[in-house]
Write a protein of this length. Structure first.
Length: 451
């Protein structure tokens, strides 16, 4: 899949994100030596498009004749060589883009009284350069290209477990008109990897392992895309009240509750160069179509500062040291932020595995738990309640917990839990909200157990 990024005019005075228009090619590069089944490749491509079609972008397909030219050359590559890809894009793709960009220069130099005059002009120019007027409209001012790729795929089986590994990423290029003729310049190569496992006893075990790896891979790829500076959402802080921050981004831009934003302040250094620094952190709590409210949880803020998106997975990893009635345990917990899908801040489904000492002095699995968590943030503090059911060697038990946490870093919280299931237990924990993971925790658990 090759994407062309068309940038609308930017204002020198605003720091608010402006929508981008993206054109795409129906395909992506797969390294030659990979033995990935065609039907899995089709599935991956289908879900890849759904992942990358973020609301912050507008989409238009590039003309078919350009797709074919580039595809024929890229398919001949044996390796993912950035310079070779650049040369192919320059040879097969760039000349056509330059011809259309020449039309753009003349468009900007003319003023049209009506849309009809504009259409007549484009139709006339299209005949001159041998394309359609619609093609011109689709690729005018294209400045960036990115190429998603798959450079690693393997399937192995060890005893009863099938493991599928998947790796790939995005290569970014810039069409630079500082050169004559223009050149396609590599900017950055972003990579990610993921794996999925499944017990062979599970129905459709191979398919489950692939989907587990694919879902983790695509979640990472979405965060990578959102982290690219030109695509990170940003907005000026319009006003504040207590620790609430009001700004003009909303559902139309694809933001959700609990999305994080850095609070950025601009300043001039001793050489008069304008720079930016993070002075605080915030989390979205309310969203409307074109505006939202965030709450600051670390640092400082004021009207006129800028919010800059801080992409993270909708998942918290929790490591807890638990004190039980006559023993202790180490608890690994995974909290999925499901509230963001229906505008309920800080609402999670939880899944945990508790390990502790056995009678023979070994370490064993003492508990498997599933629950619901609701938290309430107040500045840097977080209070929460959890209700869960857990499977232990004594059978299935309900448990209630109270939670107290405080932010120590933008993505880390330290806190404690007190629980009661007929017996009192308590513990201290560290919570981390990661930007990516090489696996999906719940799918990994299901795959290992074959459920």
């Amino acid at each position: 899949m090759i994407f062309l990024i068309f940038f609308f005019n930017f204002s020198e005075t605003t720091k608010t994100y402006l929508r981008k228009s993206i054109s795409f090619y129906e395909g992506f590069i797969v390294q030659k030596n990979l033995n990935i089944p065609a039907h899995l490749l089709d599935t991956l491509f289908f879900h890849l498009k759904k992942t990358l079609f973020l609301k912050r972008f507008d989409y238009n397909p590039i003309p078919p004749y350009l797709q074919e030219k580039v595809a024929n050359q890229l398919s001949k590559l044996d390796t993912l060589d950035l310079e070779k890809i650049s040369k192919i894009l320059e040879k097969e793709f760039l000349p056509e883009i330059v011809k259309i960009l020449d039309v753009a220069k003349e468009l900007r130099a003319k003023e049209f009284v009506s849309r009809e005059e504009r259409i007549n002009f484009l139709t006339s120019k299209a005949k001159e350069i041998g394309v359609t007027a619609d093609d011109i409209e689709k690729v005018l001012n294209a400045a960036y290209i990115f190429v998603p790729f798959i450079n690693g795929y393997s399937q192995t089986q060890e005893k009863d477990l099938i493991t599928i590994n998947l790796s790939g990423g995005i290569i970014w290029y810039n069409i630079s008109f500082r050169f004559s003729p223009p050149k396609v310049i590599p900017i950055v190569k972003k990579t990610t990897q993921a794996f999925g496992v499944s017990n062979i006893k599970k129905l459709n075990a191979n398919q489950f392992a692939f989907y587990s790896a694919m879902n983790a891979f695509l979640k990472n790829l979405e965060v990578i895309t959102r982290e690219i500076p030109d695509f990170r959402l940003s907005a000026d802080i319009l006003s504040t009240y207590r620790n609430e921050i009001y700004f003009n981004l909303g559902k139309k831009d694809g933001i959700r509750v609990d999305d994080k934003f850095n609070i950025v302040e601009f300043y001039e250094d001793e050489n008069g160069i304008r720079k930016a620094k993070n002075v605080g952190y915030s989390m979205v709590t309310k969203i409307e179509e074109t505006k939202a409210v965030a709450k600051s949880y670390l640092g400082r803020f004021e009207a006129g500062m800028t919010l800059l998106e801080r992409p993270r997975l909708p998942l918290d990893l929790v490591f807890r040291f638990a004190f039980l009635e006559k023993s202790y345990g180490v608890d690994f917990e995974f909290d999925y932020n499901v509230g963001r899908y229906f505008n309920l801040p800080q609402f999670f489904t939880s899944f945990n595995l508790l390990f502790g000492p056995e009678r023979n002095d070994s370490i064993g699995l003492k508990e498997i738990g599933f629950g619901l968590i609701k938290k309430f943030n107040f500045y840097f503090l977080s209070f929460g309640l959890e209700g869960k059911g857990k499977i232990t060697d004594e059978g299935i038990k309900p448990e209630g917990k109270g939670i107290l946490e405080f932010f120590i870093l933008p993505d880390f919280k330290f806190g404690g839990k007190i629980g009661y299931d007929g017996k009192l237990n308590y513990g201290f924990h560290l919570t981390y909200n990661p930007p990516n993971l090489p696996f999906d925790p719940f799918s990994l658990f299901r795959g290992l157990l074959g459920i």
